[in-house]
Design a protein around this ligand. Structure first.
Ligand SMILES: Nc1ncnc2c1ncn2[C@@H]1O[C@H](COP(=O)(O)OP(=O)(O)O)[C@@H](O)[C@H]1O
Ligand SMILES: [Mg+2]
Length: 511
C-alpha cells in the first residue's frame, strides 16, 4: 500500500448559510491519480479551493494534513510552498501577454530582483518541452488554442515545485485529441513521481487514468472507489446522481408520423473561398415526432450544415431548398428562419446561446419578444409569467428567474437556452451538441425534454459527436462525410460501428 500524503478531515464550508461542503473527508495516496467526481455544483471545486488555500483556514471548519503535518493555509502561496499546485477550471492566463511572461507572472525568476528575460526564456522553453508544447515562449497567449493555453497553465504550474497537482476539469474545453494528450501527460507525471487529483465528470476519462475515485454529491462524500473494475462506470453514475440510471436515455414516447421538414440538394461554399465546397448536395428529411441524428467527425460539416440552413449564418453561398410542410420556406436570415418555424440551439452556449450577464428571465424571452411585447413595448408581467412557466417545466435550478445566467451550472444554462427556443414555438428544433460539458443527471433531463418536444409532433435534429447519445436518442442517423451524406441508418440497425463506417466514408457493402 502507498502512503497517504494528504488527509482532509471533516471539512465543512458554507456560503452565506448554504453548505457547499458538509463534513467531507478525503484522502490521497502518494503517486496516485485520484479522480474527484460529481455533478455540477456537488462541491468539487470548493473542496480543492479549501485544499489550496484559496479559502483561508478560518473560512471553513475541519483539518488538513499534508505529509503528516497539519496545515493552516492563509493564502495560495502557503500551499504552493509545500508543492500543492492547482490549475483552476477557468483558465487564468493574460491573453495579451507572452507565454513566458504568463509563466512567470507573480513568480518572477531572480527572486525580488528585476526579471532576467534571458533566463526566463530558457526556463520557459524547458517547461514547455516538459508539457510537450514546443512553441516560441515569446508567442502571445491569445494566438494559442484552448488546448495549448491549458498546457501553458500546466507549464506555469511546473515553474513551481509541484508534488501534488490538482486539475479542475482540465479537459472541459479541449477537443478529443487535446484531451487524450493531456491524459497521457498526467500519466507521464505519475511515472515521474507526481501525485494528481483530477476533477472530471467525464466517466471515460476517469476510467482511463485514475487509480482511485471519490464521488461527491450535494456537498457530501457519496462513494469511495479504490479499484477500477468493470462495473465502476455504472457505480459512479449511481453515486453521482443518487439513483440508478440503468438506462441513460428516457423511453421514447413520441409517435413518428409524416415528413414535415426537408432539405434538398443543399450545397454550401466556403464564405471566403468559392472553390471550396463545404456542404455538397446534401438532402435529408425529418418526420413529425422524429429525432434525426447528424453524425460526423470533426470537420465533416455538421455545424456548417446547421448554420447554413438556419439564417445563412455560414456565409450566403448556399443553394438548394428547405421545405416545411411541403412549402419552400425562406431561411435566409435568422429572423426569417425563426418566423418560418426553425430554431437552432448552438454548440457554444457561452458564445452564441446566452447573454451571461443577463437574467434567466431576459434570456428566455430573447427570441420571442413579440409574444411578450405589445407594439414593441415589453410587458414585464407577461415576460415573467412565461419565463416562470418554462423554469418550472424544465426544472431549471436557479433561485429565481431573476438570477444571472452566468452563475448557473452548465446543465441549467443549457436548459435556459432550450427554454428560450421552445418559447419561440418552432416546428423543427436543431440542437447542436446539446449536452456537451454537462453531467449525467442534467443530461438525462435534457434528453427527456427532447423526447417531450418530439412527442408534441415537432421534428428534432440532433447534431452530436457522442455516438452513444445518437444511438440512445435518434430514430434515424445521417452520417456526414466530408460535407456529403455518407449514409443513413435507422434506429433498429444503428450501431456505433455502422455509423462510424458511414462517417468515414466506408460503404456498408464491404469497402
Ligand atoms: N463563491 C461562492 N459563493 C456562493 N456559492 C458558491 C460559491 N462557490 C461555490 N458556491 C456554491 O457551492 C456549491 C458547490 O460549488 P462548486 O464547488 O463550484 O461545485 P462543483 O465544482 O462540484 O461543480 C454550489 O451550490 C455553488 O453554487
Ligand atoms: Mg467546479
Amino acid at each position: 500500500m502507498n502512503k497517504t500524503i494528504l488527509e482532509m478531515k471533516n471539512i465543512t464550508k458554507d456560503f452565506s448559510g448554504v453548505k457547499a461542503l458538509d463534513n467531507v473527508s478525503f484522502s490521497v495516496e502518494a503517486n496516485e491519480i485520484h479522480a474527484l467526481c460529481g455533478e455540477n455544483g456537488a462541491g468539487k471545486s470548493t473542496l480543492m479551493k479549501v485544499l489550496s488555500g484559496v479559502y483561508a483556514d478560518n473560512e471553513f471548519t475541519g483539518d488538513i494534513y499534508y505529509e503528516n503535518n497539519k496545515c493552516e493555509f492563509k493564502t495560495i502561496r502557503d500551499s504552493e510552498d509545500l508543492g500543492i499546485v492547482i490549475i483552476h477550471q477557468e483558465l487564468a492566463l493574460v491573453p495579451d501577454m507572452s507565454i513566458v511572461d504568463n509563466i512567470f507572472l507573480g513568480n518572477e525568476i531572480g527572486a525580488g530582483v528585476v526579471v532576467n528575460q534571458y533566463s526566463a526564456i530558457v526556463e520557459a522553453k524547458r517547461l514547455l518541452k516538459l508539457v510537450g508544447l514546443e512553441i516560441d515562449p515569446l508567442t502571445t497567449v491569445n494566438k494559442l488554442s484552448v488546448g495549448q493555453q491549458q498546457l501553458v497553465e500546466i507549464a506555469k504550474a511546473f515553474s513551481k515545485n509541484v508534488k501534488l497537482l490538482i486539475l479542475d476539469e482540465p479537459t472541459s474545453a479541449l477537443n478529443e485529441t487535446e484531451s487524450e494528450n493531456l491524459l497521457k501527460l498526467i500519466l507521464r507525471f505519475k511515472s515521474e513521481g507526481i501525485t494528481s487529483i483530477m476533477i472530471s465528470h467525464k466517466l471515460n476519462e476517469v476510467m482511463a487514468i485514475s487509480d482511485r475515485i471519490t464521488v461527491i454529491r450535494d456537498g457530501k462524500v457519496a462513494d469511495n472507489i479504490d479499484k477500477i473494475e468493470e462495473d465502476t462506470e455504472m457505480r459512479m453514475v449511481r453515486s453521482m446522481v443518487g439513483r440508478d440510471l440503468s438506462n441513460r436515455y428516457p423511453d421514447k414516447t413520441a409517435e413518428i408520423k409524416d415528413v414535415i421538414f426537408e432539405v434538398n440538394n443543399w450545397t454550401v461554399k466556403h464564405p471566403n473561398d468559392n472553390n471550396k465546397t463545404v456542404i455538397d448536395d446534401v438532402s435529408f428529411n425529418v418526420r413529425a415526432g422524429e429525432v434525426v441524428g447528424i453524425a460526423g467527425i470533426m470537420g465533416s460539416g455538421r455545424t456548417e450544415l446547421a448554420l447554413s440552413i438556419f439564417g445563412r449564418m455560414y456565409g450566403n453561398q448556399s443553394s438548394g431548398e428547405v421545405k416545411l410542410y411541403d412549402n419552400i420556406i425562406d431561411t435566409s436570415t435568422v429572423t426569417k428562419a425563426i418566423e418560418n418555424g426553425l430554431a437552432y440551439v448552438t454548440e457554444d452556449r457561452k458564445e452564441q446561446g446566452l447573454i451571461l450577464i443577463d437574467t434567466v428571465n431576459k434570456n428566455i424571452s430573447l427570441t420571442s419578444l413579440d409574444r411578450v411585447a405589445n407594439r414593441g413595448v415589453i410587458n414585464p408581467n407577461e415576460e415573467i409569467k412565461q419565463s416562470e412557466s418554462y423554469r418550472e417545466l424544465l426544472n431549471i435550478r436557479s433561485h429565481s428567474i431573476h438570477q444571472k445566467v452566468d452563475s448557473l451550472s452548465g446543465g441549467n444554462q443549457q436548459k435556459v437556452v432550450l427554454s428560450k427556443w421552445l418559447m419561440s414555438e418552432p416546428e423543427v428544433l436543431i440542437l447542436d451538441e446539446p449536452t456537451r460539458g454537462i453531467d449525467v443527471g442534467a443530461k438525462y433531463e435534457i434528453y427527456k425534454i427532447i423526447d417531450d418536444i418530439a412527442a408534441t409532433g415537432k421534428g428534432v435534429i440532433l447534431i452530436s459527436s457522442d455516438l452513444p447519445e445518437l444511438l440512445g436518442m435518434a430514430d434515424r442517423v445521417y452520417a456526414l462525410h466530408e460535407g456529403s451524406i455518407g449514409g443513413v441508418v435507422d434506429r433498429e440497425h444503428a450501431t456505433e460501428e455502422t455509423i462510424m463506417k458511414h462517417m468515414l466514408g466506408i460503404s456498408a457493402e464491404g469497402n
